[in-house]
Design a protein around this ligand. Structure first.
Ligand code: NAP
Length: 525
Protein backbone atom coordinates (compact mmCIF):
# COMPACT_ATOMS: atom_id res chain seq x y z
CA UNK A 1 0.00 0.00 0.00
CA UNK A 2 1.47 3.35 -1.05
CA UNK A 3 0.33 5.82 1.58
CA UNK A 4 1.50 9.05 -0.04
CA UNK A 5 -0.48 11.76 -1.79
CA UNK A 6 -1.13 10.90 -5.43
CA UNK A 7 -1.12 13.44 -8.24
CA UNK A 8 -1.77 11.87 -11.62
CA UNK A 9 0.60 8.94 -11.97
CA UNK A 10 3.05 10.19 -9.34
CA UNK A 11 3.17 9.63 -5.63
CA UNK A 12 4.50 12.72 -3.86
CA UNK A 13 7.48 12.75 -1.47
CA UNK A 14 6.82 12.23 2.23
CA UNK A 15 6.36 15.89 3.10
CA UNK A 16 3.72 17.53 5.21
CA UNK A 17 2.36 16.74 8.64
CA UNK A 18 2.37 13.03 9.37
CA UNK A 19 -0.71 11.23 10.67
CA UNK A 20 -1.79 7.67 11.30
CA UNK A 21 -5.06 5.81 10.86
CA UNK A 22 -6.99 4.89 13.99
CA UNK A 23 -8.77 1.61 14.65
CA UNK A 24 -11.93 3.05 16.25
CA UNK A 25 -12.94 -0.25 17.86
CA UNK A 26 -9.66 -0.84 19.68
CA UNK A 27 -8.47 2.74 19.97
CA UNK A 28 -5.04 1.92 18.54
CA UNK A 29 -3.08 3.23 15.56
CA UNK A 30 -3.02 1.08 12.43
CA UNK A 31 0.12 0.50 10.32
CA UNK A 32 1.09 3.12 7.75
CA UNK A 33 1.95 6.81 7.85
CA UNK A 34 0.12 9.44 5.84
CA UNK A 35 1.10 13.00 4.96
CA UNK A 36 -1.05 16.09 4.68
CA UNK A 37 -0.67 17.64 1.22
CA UNK A 38 0.53 21.22 0.79
CA UNK A 39 -1.36 24.07 -0.87
CA UNK A 40 1.16 23.94 -3.74
CA UNK A 41 0.37 20.24 -4.21
CA UNK A 42 -3.37 20.94 -4.24
CA UNK A 43 -2.71 23.61 -6.86
CA UNK A 44 -0.64 21.17 -8.94
CA UNK A 45 -3.38 18.49 -8.76
CA UNK A 46 -6.08 20.85 -10.07
CA UNK A 47 -3.82 22.27 -12.79
CA UNK A 48 -3.00 18.75 -13.97
CA UNK A 49 -6.70 17.82 -13.89
CA UNK A 50 -7.49 20.87 -16.00
CA UNK A 51 -4.85 19.83 -18.53
CA UNK A 52 -6.21 16.28 -18.56
CA UNK A 53 -9.75 17.58 -19.11
CA UNK A 54 -8.90 18.92 -22.57
CA UNK A 55 -7.96 15.42 -23.75
CA UNK A 56 -10.25 13.29 -21.57
CA UNK A 57 -13.50 14.97 -22.54
CA UNK A 58 -13.06 13.95 -26.16
CA UNK A 59 -11.86 10.39 -25.53
CA UNK A 60 -14.19 7.84 -27.11
CA UNK A 61 -17.02 6.77 -24.79
CA UNK A 62 -16.18 3.07 -25.23
CA UNK A 63 -12.64 3.75 -24.05
CA UNK A 64 -13.94 5.62 -21.02
CA UNK A 65 -16.26 2.68 -20.31
CA UNK A 66 -13.36 0.22 -20.48
CA UNK A 67 -11.40 2.41 -18.06
CA UNK A 68 -14.28 2.44 -15.55
CA UNK A 69 -14.58 -1.35 -15.79
CA UNK A 70 -10.86 -1.74 -15.16
CA UNK A 71 -11.13 0.47 -12.07
CA UNK A 72 -13.70 -1.99 -10.72
CA UNK A 73 -11.63 -5.02 -11.76
CA UNK A 74 -8.51 -3.63 -10.09
CA UNK A 75 -10.46 -3.07 -6.88
CA UNK A 76 -11.84 -6.60 -7.03
CA UNK A 77 -8.32 -7.97 -7.47
CA UNK A 78 -7.40 -6.62 -4.01
CA UNK A 79 -10.84 -6.95 -2.45
CA UNK A 80 -9.70 -8.90 0.64
CA UNK A 81 -7.05 -6.30 1.41
CA UNK A 82 -9.51 -3.43 0.91
CA UNK A 83 -12.17 -5.01 3.13
CA UNK A 84 -9.70 -5.88 5.89
CA UNK A 85 -8.24 -2.38 5.96
CA UNK A 86 -11.68 -0.75 5.82
CA UNK A 87 -12.83 -2.92 8.74
CA UNK A 88 -9.83 -1.76 10.77
CA UNK A 89 -10.37 1.90 9.93
CA UNK A 90 -14.16 2.10 10.23
CA UNK A 91 -15.19 -0.55 12.76
CA UNK A 92 -17.79 -1.71 10.22
CA UNK A 93 -18.29 -5.48 9.92
CA UNK A 94 -16.87 -7.57 7.04
CA UNK A 95 -20.26 -8.42 5.56
CA UNK A 96 -21.28 -4.77 5.31
CA UNK A 97 -17.98 -3.84 3.68
CA UNK A 98 -18.07 -6.77 1.25
CA UNK A 99 -21.54 -5.58 0.23
CA UNK A 100 -20.32 -2.01 -0.04
CA UNK A 101 -17.39 -3.05 -2.21
CA UNK A 102 -19.77 -4.94 -4.52
CA UNK A 103 -21.96 -1.84 -4.69
CA UNK A 104 -18.93 0.29 -5.52
CA UNK A 105 -17.70 -1.94 -8.34
CA UNK A 106 -21.24 -2.44 -9.68
CA UNK A 107 -21.66 1.34 -9.81
CA UNK A 108 -18.59 1.54 -12.02
CA UNK A 109 -19.92 -1.21 -14.31
CA UNK A 110 -23.29 0.55 -14.41
CA UNK A 111 -21.73 3.84 -15.52
CA UNK A 112 -19.66 1.96 -18.12
CA UNK A 113 -22.91 0.51 -19.55
CA UNK A 114 -24.48 3.97 -19.47
CA UNK A 115 -21.58 5.39 -21.47
CA UNK A 116 -21.87 2.68 -24.11
CA UNK A 117 -25.63 3.11 -24.42
CA UNK A 118 -25.09 6.85 -24.79
CA UNK A 119 -28.53 8.43 -24.32
CA UNK A 120 -27.46 10.26 -21.13
CA UNK A 121 -26.06 13.09 -23.31
CA UNK A 122 -29.70 13.98 -24.12
CA UNK A 123 -28.99 14.81 -27.75
CA UNK A 124 -31.82 16.90 -29.15
CA UNK A 125 -31.78 17.85 -32.80
CA UNK A 126 -33.93 20.52 -34.37
CA UNK A 127 -32.95 20.37 -38.02
CA UNK A 128 -33.33 23.48 -40.15
CA UNK A 129 -36.72 24.25 -41.71
CA UNK A 130 -35.74 26.68 -44.47
CA UNK A 131 -39.29 26.85 -45.85
CA UNK A 132 -40.98 27.56 -42.54
CA UNK A 133 -43.29 30.58 -42.69
CA UNK A 134 -43.20 33.36 -41.73
CA UNK A 135 -39.54 32.78 -40.82
CA UNK A 136 -37.23 29.87 -41.62
CA UNK A 137 -35.87 27.81 -38.71
CA UNK A 138 -32.15 27.47 -38.30
CA UNK A 139 -30.47 24.13 -37.42
CA UNK A 140 -30.01 23.84 -33.63
CA UNK A 141 -28.66 20.79 -31.79
CA UNK A 142 -28.17 20.37 -28.07
CA UNK A 143 -26.37 17.90 -25.83
CA UNK A 144 -24.75 17.64 -22.40
CA UNK A 145 -21.02 18.36 -22.04
CA UNK A 146 -18.76 17.85 -18.99
CA UNK A 147 -18.11 20.76 -16.61
CA UNK A 148 -14.40 20.22 -15.91
CA UNK A 149 -12.27 19.20 -12.88
CA UNK A 150 -14.38 17.86 -10.01
CA UNK A 151 -13.37 17.86 -6.34
CA UNK A 152 -14.85 14.91 -4.45
CA UNK A 153 -14.87 14.84 -0.63
CA UNK A 154 -14.81 11.24 0.59
CA UNK A 155 -17.52 10.47 3.16
CA UNK A 156 -16.77 8.92 6.55
CA UNK A 157 -19.78 6.60 6.65
CA UNK A 158 -19.23 4.89 3.29
CA UNK A 159 -15.47 4.29 3.08
CA UNK A 160 -15.96 2.70 -0.35
CA UNK A 161 -19.29 3.56 -2.00
CA UNK A 162 -19.14 7.32 -1.23
CA UNK A 163 -15.42 7.66 -1.15
CA UNK A 164 -12.38 7.47 -3.45
CA UNK A 165 -13.97 5.37 -6.22
CA UNK A 166 -17.55 5.89 -5.04
CA UNK A 167 -20.63 7.11 -6.84
CA UNK A 168 -19.39 10.70 -7.21
CA UNK A 169 -16.06 9.67 -8.75
CA UNK A 170 -17.73 7.13 -11.06
CA UNK A 171 -20.33 9.67 -12.27
CA UNK A 172 -17.73 12.43 -12.75
CA UNK A 173 -15.35 10.24 -14.75
CA UNK A 174 -18.25 8.88 -16.84
CA UNK A 175 -19.36 12.45 -17.59
CA UNK A 176 -15.84 13.35 -18.75
CA UNK A 177 -14.66 15.26 -15.66
CA UNK A 178 -11.24 14.56 -14.10
CA UNK A 179 -11.43 13.97 -10.33
CA UNK A 180 -9.40 15.16 -7.36
CA UNK A 181 -10.42 13.29 -4.21
CA UNK A 182 -9.95 14.87 -0.78
CA UNK A 183 -9.59 11.65 1.21
CA UNK A 184 -11.53 11.38 4.46
CA UNK A 185 -9.02 11.24 7.34
CA UNK A 186 -10.95 8.40 9.01
CA UNK A 187 -9.95 5.83 6.36
CA UNK A 188 -6.67 6.89 4.73
CA UNK A 189 -5.38 3.34 4.18
CA UNK A 190 -8.57 2.21 2.45
CA UNK A 191 -8.35 5.35 0.33
CA UNK A 192 -4.73 4.56 -0.57
CA UNK A 193 -5.61 1.05 -1.73
CA UNK A 194 -8.49 2.27 -3.89
CA UNK A 195 -6.46 5.16 -5.32
CA UNK A 196 -3.74 2.64 -6.27
CA UNK A 197 -6.35 0.58 -8.15
CA UNK A 198 -7.57 3.68 -10.04
CA UNK A 199 -3.99 4.66 -10.93
CA UNK A 200 -3.36 1.17 -12.33
CA UNK A 201 -6.53 1.28 -14.44
CA UNK A 202 -5.70 4.77 -15.74
CA UNK A 203 -2.21 3.67 -16.75
CA UNK A 204 -3.47 0.51 -18.47
CA UNK A 205 -5.85 2.58 -20.60
CA UNK A 206 -3.35 5.39 -21.26
CA UNK A 207 -5.67 7.94 -19.75
CA UNK A 208 -4.31 11.48 -19.62
CA UNK A 209 -2.25 12.04 -16.51
CA UNK A 210 -4.25 14.12 -14.06
CA UNK A 211 -7.51 12.31 -14.74
CA UNK A 212 -7.36 11.28 -11.09
CA UNK A 213 -5.53 12.54 -8.00
CA UNK A 214 -6.01 11.98 -4.29
CA UNK A 215 -4.84 14.22 -1.47
CA UNK A 216 -4.81 13.92 2.31
CA UNK A 217 -5.41 16.81 4.65
CA UNK A 218 -4.63 17.73 8.23
CA UNK A 219 -7.53 20.08 8.82
CA UNK A 220 -9.53 22.08 6.31
CA UNK A 221 -6.77 23.84 4.35
CA UNK A 222 -6.53 21.43 1.42
CA UNK A 223 -10.29 21.04 1.06
CA UNK A 224 -10.59 24.80 1.05
CA UNK A 225 -7.77 25.27 -1.49
CA UNK A 226 -9.36 22.71 -3.81
CA UNK A 227 -12.79 24.33 -3.64
CA UNK A 228 -11.36 27.81 -4.17
CA UNK A 229 -9.03 26.85 -7.03
CA UNK A 230 -10.11 28.78 -10.14
CA UNK A 231 -9.88 25.67 -12.32
CA UNK A 232 -12.15 23.55 -10.11
CA UNK A 233 -15.60 23.44 -11.70
CA UNK A 234 -17.70 21.32 -9.35
CA UNK A 235 -17.60 19.96 -5.80
CA UNK A 236 -19.36 16.97 -4.25
CA UNK A 237 -19.56 16.32 -0.53
CA UNK A 238 -21.25 14.00 2.00
CA UNK A 239 -20.98 14.85 5.68
CA UNK A 240 -22.14 17.37 8.24
CA UNK A 241 -24.40 20.38 7.73
CA UNK A 242 -21.59 22.57 9.03
CA UNK A 243 -19.06 21.17 6.54
CA UNK A 244 -21.48 21.20 3.59
CA UNK A 245 -22.65 24.78 4.15
CA UNK A 246 -19.05 25.97 4.66
CA UNK A 247 -18.11 24.55 1.26
CA UNK A 248 -21.22 26.03 -0.35
CA UNK A 249 -20.28 29.46 0.99
CA UNK A 250 -16.69 29.14 -0.28
CA UNK A 251 -17.90 28.13 -3.74
CA UNK A 252 -20.46 30.93 -3.87
CA UNK A 253 -17.88 33.57 -2.93
CA UNK A 254 -15.38 32.65 -5.64
CA UNK A 255 -14.89 35.02 -8.57
CA UNK A 256 -16.55 32.30 -10.59
CA UNK A 257 -19.12 30.62 -8.31
CA UNK A 258 -19.39 26.86 -8.90
CA UNK A 259 -21.94 24.21 -7.92
CA UNK A 260 -21.47 22.26 -4.68
CA UNK A 261 -23.55 19.12 -4.41
CA UNK A 262 -23.60 18.58 -0.67
CA UNK A 263 -25.49 15.85 1.13
CA UNK A 264 -25.72 17.07 4.71
CA UNK A 265 -27.99 14.86 6.71
CA UNK A 266 -31.60 13.98 7.06
CA UNK A 267 -33.88 12.67 9.81
CA UNK A 268 -35.99 10.57 7.45
CA UNK A 269 -39.39 10.79 9.17
CA UNK A 270 -41.73 7.81 9.30
CA UNK A 271 -45.47 8.38 9.78
CA UNK A 272 -47.30 5.41 11.30
CA UNK A 273 -51.01 5.52 10.44
CA UNK A 274 -53.66 4.23 12.89
CA UNK A 275 -55.01 1.21 11.00
CA UNK A 276 -51.52 -0.11 10.27
CA UNK A 277 -50.63 0.26 13.96
CA UNK A 278 -53.79 -1.53 15.01
CA UNK A 279 -53.25 -4.40 12.55
CA UNK A 280 -49.49 -4.94 12.81
CA UNK A 281 -47.91 -2.94 15.63
CA UNK A 282 -45.38 -5.68 16.47
CA UNK A 283 -44.24 -6.07 12.87
CA UNK A 284 -43.85 -2.30 12.47
CA UNK A 285 -41.70 -2.16 15.62
CA UNK A 286 -39.01 -4.08 13.72
CA UNK A 287 -38.04 -0.65 12.40
CA UNK A 288 -35.51 -0.60 15.25
CA UNK A 289 -33.33 -2.72 12.93
CA UNK A 290 -33.17 0.16 10.45
CA UNK A 291 -32.49 2.66 13.27
CA UNK A 292 -29.56 0.71 14.67
CA UNK A 293 -27.97 -0.96 11.60
CA UNK A 294 -24.23 -0.14 11.51
CA UNK A 295 -24.67 2.01 14.61
CA UNK A 296 -27.27 4.17 12.86
CA UNK A 297 -24.59 5.75 10.69
CA UNK A 298 -26.63 5.91 7.51
CA UNK A 299 -27.85 9.12 5.91
CA UNK A 300 -31.23 7.39 5.55
CA UNK A 301 -31.55 6.23 9.18
CA UNK A 302 -35.08 6.96 10.44
CA UNK A 303 -34.56 9.57 13.16
CA UNK A 304 -38.20 10.51 13.79
CA UNK A 305 -41.35 8.41 14.08
CA UNK A 306 -44.78 10.07 14.12
CA UNK A 307 -48.11 8.63 15.30
CA UNK A 308 -51.39 9.51 16.98
CA UNK A 309 -52.17 8.11 20.47
CA UNK A 310 -53.90 4.72 20.27
CA UNK A 311 -53.93 1.22 21.75
CA UNK A 312 -52.00 0.08 18.66
CA UNK A 313 -49.31 2.67 19.39
CA UNK A 314 -48.92 1.33 22.95
CA UNK A 315 -48.31 -2.18 21.54
CA UNK A 316 -45.83 -0.69 19.06
CA UNK A 317 -43.93 1.04 21.89
CA UNK A 318 -43.76 -2.15 23.93
CA UNK A 319 -42.38 -4.17 21.01
CA UNK A 320 -39.96 -1.36 20.12
CA UNK A 321 -38.71 -1.24 23.70
CA UNK A 322 -38.09 -5.00 23.78
CA UNK A 323 -36.32 -4.89 20.43
CA UNK A 324 -34.01 -1.97 21.17
CA UNK A 325 -32.96 -3.30 24.59
CA UNK A 326 -31.46 -6.36 22.91
CA UNK A 327 -29.47 -4.53 20.25
CA UNK A 328 -25.72 -4.99 20.63
CA UNK A 329 -23.65 -1.85 20.77
CA UNK A 330 -21.57 -1.20 17.67
CA UNK A 331 -18.37 0.69 16.98
CA UNK A 332 -18.88 4.19 15.66
CA UNK A 333 -16.78 5.43 12.76
CA UNK A 334 -14.59 7.92 14.63
CA UNK A 335 -14.20 9.16 18.21
CA UNK A 336 -15.48 12.53 16.96
CA UNK A 337 -18.66 11.02 15.56
CA UNK A 338 -19.14 8.99 18.77
CA UNK A 339 -18.71 12.00 21.05
CA UNK A 340 -21.05 14.02 18.85
CA UNK A 341 -23.61 11.22 19.15
CA UNK A 342 -23.16 10.97 22.94
CA UNK A 343 -23.54 14.72 23.32
CA UNK A 344 -26.69 15.01 21.22
CA UNK A 345 -28.44 11.94 22.64
CA UNK A 346 -27.53 12.94 26.23
CA UNK A 347 -28.82 16.44 25.55
CA UNK A 348 -32.19 15.03 24.53
CA UNK A 349 -32.35 12.50 27.37
CA UNK A 350 -31.85 15.32 29.88
CA UNK A 351 -34.92 17.18 28.67
CA UNK A 352 -38.00 16.87 30.89
CA UNK A 353 -40.25 16.55 27.87
CA UNK A 354 -38.35 13.49 26.64
CA UNK A 355 -38.82 9.96 28.01
CA UNK A 356 -37.05 6.73 27.10
CA UNK A 357 -38.92 3.99 25.23
CA UNK A 358 -35.94 1.68 25.27
CA UNK A 359 -32.20 1.69 25.52
CA UNK A 360 -29.69 -1.02 24.75
CA UNK A 361 -27.56 -2.24 27.62
CA UNK A 362 -25.42 -4.60 25.52
CA UNK A 363 -22.10 -2.80 25.67
CA UNK A 364 -19.08 -4.63 24.26
CA UNK A 365 -16.54 -4.05 27.03
CA UNK A 366 -13.65 -5.31 24.87
CA UNK A 367 -14.07 -2.38 22.55
CA UNK A 368 -14.06 1.41 22.76
CA UNK A 369 -16.03 4.01 20.83
CA UNK A 370 -19.33 2.14 21.07
CA UNK A 371 -22.72 3.70 20.35
CA UNK A 372 -25.54 2.51 22.59
CA UNK A 373 -28.92 2.45 20.84
CA UNK A 374 -31.74 4.50 22.32
CA UNK A 375 -35.28 5.43 21.29
CA UNK A 376 -37.09 8.26 23.05
CA UNK A 377 -40.59 9.69 23.11
CA UNK A 378 -41.93 13.23 23.11
CA UNK A 379 -45.37 14.81 22.77
CA UNK A 380 -46.14 16.62 19.53
CA UNK A 381 -46.60 19.93 21.36
CA UNK A 382 -43.16 19.70 23.04
CA UNK A 383 -41.64 18.66 19.71
CA UNK A 384 -43.12 21.71 18.00
CA UNK A 385 -41.81 24.01 20.73
CA UNK A 386 -38.08 23.32 20.18
CA UNK A 387 -36.44 23.17 16.77
CA UNK A 388 -33.48 21.12 17.98
CA UNK A 389 -35.64 17.98 17.83
CA UNK A 390 -35.72 18.33 14.06
CA UNK A 391 -31.93 18.11 13.81
CA UNK A 392 -30.12 14.91 12.90
CA UNK A 393 -28.62 12.79 15.68
CA UNK A 394 -26.13 10.75 13.67
CA UNK A 395 -26.01 7.32 15.30
CA UNK A 396 -28.36 4.66 16.75
CA UNK A 397 -30.99 7.12 17.99
CA UNK A 398 -34.59 7.83 17.07
CA UNK A 399 -37.51 9.70 18.63
CA UNK A 400 -41.22 8.89 18.60
CA UNK A 401 -43.42 11.98 18.40
CA UNK A 402 -46.92 11.35 19.73
CA UNK A 403 -49.77 13.52 18.49
CA UNK A 404 -53.17 13.92 20.20
CA UNK A 405 -55.06 13.73 16.94
CA UNK A 406 -54.69 13.81 13.17
CA UNK A 407 -54.71 17.61 13.03
CA UNK A 408 -51.69 17.70 15.31
CA UNK A 409 -50.03 14.94 13.28
CA UNK A 410 -50.44 17.10 10.15
CA UNK A 411 -49.00 20.03 12.07
CA UNK A 412 -45.80 18.21 13.05
CA UNK A 413 -45.29 16.79 9.57
CA UNK A 414 -45.77 20.28 8.09
CA UNK A 415 -43.13 21.68 10.44
CA UNK A 416 -40.35 19.49 9.01
CA UNK A 417 -37.53 20.69 6.77
CA UNK A 418 -36.21 19.01 3.60
CA UNK A 419 -35.37 15.30 3.80
CA UNK A 420 -33.73 12.58 1.76
CA UNK A 421 -36.60 10.22 2.49
CA UNK A 422 -40.03 10.20 4.11
CA UNK A 423 -42.00 7.03 4.82
CA UNK A 424 -45.54 6.12 5.65
CA UNK A 425 -46.61 2.86 7.25
CA UNK A 426 -50.23 2.38 6.26
CA UNK A 427 -52.95 0.00 5.16
CA UNK A 428 -53.88 0.76 1.58
CA UNK A 429 -57.51 1.49 2.48
CA UNK A 430 -56.62 4.20 5.01
CA UNK A 431 -54.28 6.14 2.73
CA UNK A 432 -57.02 8.18 1.05
CA UNK A 433 -57.93 9.68 4.45
CA UNK A 434 -54.41 11.02 4.94
CA UNK A 435 -53.73 12.52 1.54
CA UNK A 436 -52.70 15.84 3.05
CA UNK A 437 -49.97 14.09 5.03
CA UNK A 438 -48.70 11.94 2.15
CA UNK A 439 -48.70 14.96 -0.20
CA UNK A 440 -46.68 16.87 2.38
CA UNK A 441 -44.18 14.01 2.63
CA UNK A 442 -43.66 14.12 -1.15
CA UNK A 443 -43.13 17.90 -0.90
CA UNK A 444 -40.38 17.60 1.64
CA UNK A 445 -38.45 14.51 0.52
CA UNK A 446 -36.67 13.11 -2.53
CA UNK A 447 -37.86 9.53 -1.93
CA UNK A 448 -41.28 8.69 -0.50
CA UNK A 449 -41.64 5.16 0.81
CA UNK A 450 -44.76 3.13 1.52
CA UNK A 451 -44.46 0.36 4.11
CA UNK A 452 -40.71 -0.02 4.15
CA UNK A 453 -37.59 1.24 5.91
CA UNK A 454 -35.62 4.08 4.31
CA UNK A 455 -32.23 2.40 4.76
CA UNK A 456 -30.96 0.22 1.91
CA UNK A 457 -30.69 2.56 -1.08
CA UNK A 458 -31.13 0.82 -4.43
CA UNK A 459 -28.48 1.95 -6.93
CA UNK A 460 -30.33 2.15 -10.22
CA UNK A 461 -31.78 4.36 -12.91
CA UNK A 462 -34.93 5.51 -11.12
CA UNK A 463 -33.47 6.14 -7.66
CA UNK A 464 -33.55 9.64 -6.17
CA UNK A 465 -31.08 10.25 -3.35
CA UNK A 466 -31.31 13.93 -2.63
CA UNK A 467 -33.93 16.25 -1.23
CA UNK A 468 -34.82 19.84 -0.41
CA UNK A 469 -32.36 21.84 1.74
CA UNK A 470 -30.96 21.13 4.29
CA UNK A 471 -30.91 17.44 3.27
CA UNK A 472 -28.93 18.40 0.18
CA UNK A 473 -27.78 21.62 -1.44
CA UNK A 474 -29.79 21.04 -4.63
CA UNK A 475 -32.94 18.95 -4.59
CA UNK A 476 -32.99 18.63 -8.37
CA UNK A 477 -30.19 16.11 -8.44
CA UNK A 478 -29.51 12.64 -7.07
CA UNK A 479 -26.13 11.52 -5.77
CA UNK A 480 -26.95 7.82 -6.30
CA UNK A 481 -27.72 5.98 -9.54
CA UNK A 482 -27.12 6.76 -13.18
CA UNK A 483 -28.96 10.10 -13.08
CA UNK A 484 -26.22 11.39 -10.75
CA UNK A 485 -24.13 12.00 -13.88
CA UNK A 486 -26.30 15.08 -14.49
CA UNK A 487 -24.51 16.96 -11.71
CA UNK A 488 -21.31 16.98 -13.77
CA UNK A 489 -22.63 18.28 -17.08
CA UNK A 490 -24.25 21.30 -18.64
CA UNK A 491 -26.21 21.70 -21.88
CA UNK A 492 -24.65 23.34 -24.92
CA UNK A 493 -26.42 23.89 -28.22
CA UNK A 494 -24.73 24.18 -31.57
CA UNK A 495 -26.49 26.52 -33.95
CA UNK A 496 -26.00 26.46 -37.71
CA UNK A 497 -23.09 24.00 -37.73
CA UNK A 498 -22.77 21.55 -40.62
CA UNK A 499 -22.96 17.80 -39.94
CA UNK A 500 -19.23 17.23 -40.42
CA UNK A 501 -18.36 19.83 -37.77
CA UNK A 502 -20.73 18.57 -35.07
CA UNK A 503 -19.94 16.18 -32.20
CA UNK A 504 -20.76 12.56 -33.17
CA UNK A 505 -23.74 12.41 -30.84
CA UNK A 506 -25.38 15.26 -32.74
CA UNK A 507 -24.95 13.94 -36.27
CA UNK A 508 -28.28 12.85 -37.77
CA UNK A 509 -26.69 10.04 -39.76
CA UNK A 510 -24.26 8.69 -37.19
CA UNK A 511 -24.38 4.95 -36.46
CA UNK A 512 -24.77 5.36 -32.69
CA UNK A 513 -27.96 3.85 -31.42
CA UNK A 514 -28.96 6.84 -29.33
CA UNK A 515 -32.48 8.04 -28.88
CA UNK A 516 -32.76 11.65 -29.91
CA UNK A 517 -35.37 14.20 -30.87
CA UNK A 518 -35.24 15.15 -34.53
CA UNK A 519 -37.81 17.59 -35.86
CA UNK A 520 -39.97 16.91 -32.84
CA UNK A 521 -40.03 13.13 -33.43
CA UNK A 522 -38.14 10.77 -31.17
CA UNK A 523 -35.93 8.47 -33.20
CA UNK A 524 -33.10 6.07 -32.54
CA UNK A 525 -31.34 6.68 -35.79
P1 NAP B 1 -17.56 16.39 8.23
O1 NAP B 1 -17.04 16.89 9.51
O2 NAP B 1 -18.60 17.20 7.57
O3 NAP B 1 -16.32 16.16 7.25
C1 NAP B 1 -16.44 15.59 5.97
C2 NAP B 1 -15.23 15.99 5.12
O4 NAP B 1 -15.31 17.38 4.82
C3 NAP B 1 -13.91 15.80 5.84
O5 NAP B 1 -12.95 15.42 4.88
C4 NAP B 1 -13.59 17.18 6.39
O6 NAP B 1 -12.23 17.48 6.51
C5 NAP B 1 -14.18 18.08 5.31
N1 NAP B 1 -14.62 19.36 5.86
C6 NAP B 1 -15.56 19.54 6.81
N2 NAP B 1 -15.74 20.86 7.04
C7 NAP B 1 -14.90 21.52 6.21
C8 NAP B 1 -14.59 22.88 6.01
N3 NAP B 1 -15.22 23.84 6.68
N4 NAP B 1 -13.66 23.19 5.10
C9 NAP B 1 -13.02 22.22 4.40
N5 NAP B 1 -13.25 20.91 4.58
C10 NAP B 1 -14.17 20.56 5.46
O7 NAP B 1 -18.19 14.93 8.41
P2 NAP B 1 -17.66 13.63 9.14
O8 NAP B 1 -16.25 13.79 9.56
O9 NAP B 1 -17.93 12.52 8.23
O10 NAP B 1 -18.61 13.46 10.40
C11 NAP B 1 -18.98 14.52 11.27
C12 NAP B 1 -20.50 14.60 11.39
O11 NAP B 1 -21.09 14.74 10.11
C13 NAP B 1 -21.19 13.36 11.96
O12 NAP B 1 -21.17 13.32 13.35
C14 NAP B 1 -22.59 13.48 11.41
O13 NAP B 1 -23.35 14.34 12.20
C15 NAP B 1 -22.38 14.12 10.05
N6 NAP B 1 -22.44 13.14 8.94
C16 NAP B 1 -23.63 12.91 8.36
C17 NAP B 1 -23.72 12.00 7.33
C18 NAP B 1 -25.02 11.73 6.67
O14 NAP B 1 -25.02 11.04 5.68
N7 NAP B 1 -26.10 12.21 7.17
C19 NAP B 1 -22.61 11.31 6.87
C20 NAP B 1 -21.38 11.56 7.50
C21 NAP B 1 -21.32 12.50 8.51
P3 NAP B 1 -11.26 16.86 7.62
O15 NAP B 1 -12.03 15.88 8.40
O16 NAP B 1 -10.17 16.29 6.81
O17 NAP B 1 -10.76 17.96 8.45
Amino acid sequence: MNTRNLIGYNYLPENGKKFKALDPALGIDLPGEFYAASIAEADAAVNLADKAFVEYRSIDRNKKAAFLRSMADEMKAISDEIVERAMGESGLPAQRLQGELARTTNQLYMFADLLEEGSWVEAIIDTALPDRKPLPRIDIRKMMVPLGPAVVFGASNFPLAYSVAGGDTAAALAAGCPVIVKAHPAHPGTSALVAGAIKKAAEQHHMPEGIFSMLYDDGYAIGEALVKHPKTKIVTFTGSFKGGTALMKMARERNEPIPVFAEMGSINPIVLLPMALENRAEELAKIYGSITANAGQFCTKPGLLFAVKSAGLERFKKALSEGITNVNSATMLTPGIRSNFDKLSKDRLEEKAVSVIGQSDKLDKEKVNQGLAVITEISASAFLADKKYKEEVFGPYSMLVVADDITQLEQVVSSLQGQLTASVMAEKEELANYKQITDKLADLAGRVILNGPPTGVEVGNAIMHGGPFPATSDSRFTSVGTSSIKRFVRPVCWQNWSEDLLPDELKTDNPLNIWRLVNNNWTNK
